[in-house]
Design a protein around this ligand. Structure first.
Ligand code: AMP
Length: 406
């Protein structure tokens, strides 16, 4: 099946050609026709599978065909994070470049005035995080009474972030007669019950249920003590200085500390997390996208769903508390048909969390065995002599073996 075989508008088809999309990916193959046929869809699809285009292509095409009637907002895409709102709106605009369909990405953390002007000028597709949207609905700037499509993307993260009530609330503003497209990267009882609250007789699609991790990624882990992780990271980055890497840590504070530790050994990196102002988060992502910065240190929430090409490495600097997050983190690399590497730094205290990941993913994660000698030489090789107490201790031992006073 090719895109040219689908009943989608010629403007969408020709733009897909320009973007180099010739054949639909698995999720696109399974979803697009049903969406064109007017059915509800509930899809469990991992990131990097092409799921954005799976809903953008048919919704754009249908909205374009009905646009003459100029009905106001016809498609609402609800997403959990501001980055996703921006990114998905960009995909819509790229694919819809020649369709005349106007897509707007709406989110909080920035001034409202410009957003209100754009909305008042009329848009067809709204991609939005819940907070700012409800704010502008209450100001009567947004009218959702002509919605044909409701798309819920990354629904599992919406639940994790406490947006369940917002999803429920939005139903009061949109017509009952609509098409709902429900996308989640993972499945749980909660997700299923949320899905069944919003979809009707949905077509169910599940991509690679047994292997939630993309096949283009190689996985490995290293046993390393908590205090030594930064030396191993330094060693890895210095070995592959030109490669693009995303480093995942557990907390915002740790993200800052890792950036500082790297700076001490002359490695430039930037950190991104929910505590950083929105406009700065976009700039940080842009610098990472363009390669101005190649090392991004981040927490889970800020990085979810982000599609940045050519990320060669994901480092699980801290093992995630929830196994699903391992899948999301690793999804930042090996995107499309590209290959990627996922490396986990596992300390003794994180072993249980790591075992849960192995069980959840069914993934064979290879251990990079590091001999005692190699381990010490990684500590030795660090340029951060000043704060490397183990190195100092080792030197002290050597000195005392030589009979010298320390
Ligand atoms: P997503 O899962 O939506 O984040 O998409 C992952 C990546 O796959 C994006 O960089 C898309 O540009 C790319 N992509 C999506 N659909 C196709 C396709 N049919 N052919 C080639 N690349 C695609």
């Amino acid at each position: 099946m090719k895109f040219s075989d689908y009943n989608i508008t010629k403007e969408v088809k020709s733009q897909l050609n320009v973007l180099g999309y010739t054949r639909p990916t698995d999720i696109q193959f399974k979803a697009i026709q049903h969406i064109i046929d007017g059915e509800d869809v509930m899809a469990i699809a991992q990131t990097g599978t092409g799921k954005t285009a799976a809903f953008a292509i048919p919704t754009l095409s249908v909205i374009q065909k009905s646009k003459k009637k100029n009905n106001g907002i016809g498609c609402l895409v609800m997403v959990p994070t501001r980055e996703l709102a921006k990114q998905i709106a960009t995909v819509y605009r790229e694919i819809g470049k020649d369709t005349g369909v106007k897509t707007f990405g709406l989110f909080g953390g920035v001034e409202q005035e410009q957003q209100i002007r754009t909305l008042n000028n009329g848009i067809d597709i709204l991609v939005s995080t819940p907070g700012r949207m409800f704010d502008l609905i209450s100001q009567k700037v947004i009218d959702l009474t002509n919605i044909k499509f409701l798309v819920l993307d990354e629904a599992d993260l919406m639940l994790d972030l406490g947006f369940a009530k917002d999803i429920e609330d939005v139903m009061a503003f949109i017509p009952r007669k609509r098409q709902t497209l429900f996308f989640s990267a993972t499945i749980s009882k909660k997700i299923k019950s949320l899905a069944y609250d919003v979809v009707r007789n949905a077509i169910r699609i599940q991509i690679s249920p047994k292997n939630p991790v993309a096949k283009t990624i190689e996985h490995a882990f290293i046993k390393v003590s908590m205090d030594d992780k930064r030396f191993f990271l330094e060693n890895m980055i210095k070995e592959y200085p030109e490669k693009k890497a995303v480093i995942f840590v557990r907390t915002q504070v740790r993200a800052g500390r890792v950036v500082d530790a790297l700076k001490r050994v002359s490695i430039e990196s930037e950190c991104m997390h929910g505590g950083i102002e929105q406009k700065d988060r976009f700039l940080i992502l842009d610098r990472f996208r363009t390669g101005e910065n190649n090392v991004l240190v981040t927490t889970d929430v800020a990085a979810r769903g982000i599609d940045i090409p050519n990320v060669e490495y994901v480092v699980n600097y801290d093992i995630p508390d929830v196994p699903e997050n391992y899948v999301h983190r690793c999804g930042r690399t090996g995107r499309g048909n590209k290959r990627g590497q996922a490396l986990a730094f596992c300390s003794e205290s994180e072993q249980e969390l790591f075992d849960a990941i192995v069980e959840y993913t069914g993934q064979d994660i290879e251990e990079y065995e590091v001999s005692k000698g190699e381990y010490l030489s990684i500590l030795d090789g660090s340029d951060d002599g000043s704060s490397n107490w183990k190195l100092l201790l080792k030197k002290a031992n050597e000195e005392s073996e030589k009979g010298l006073d320390w």
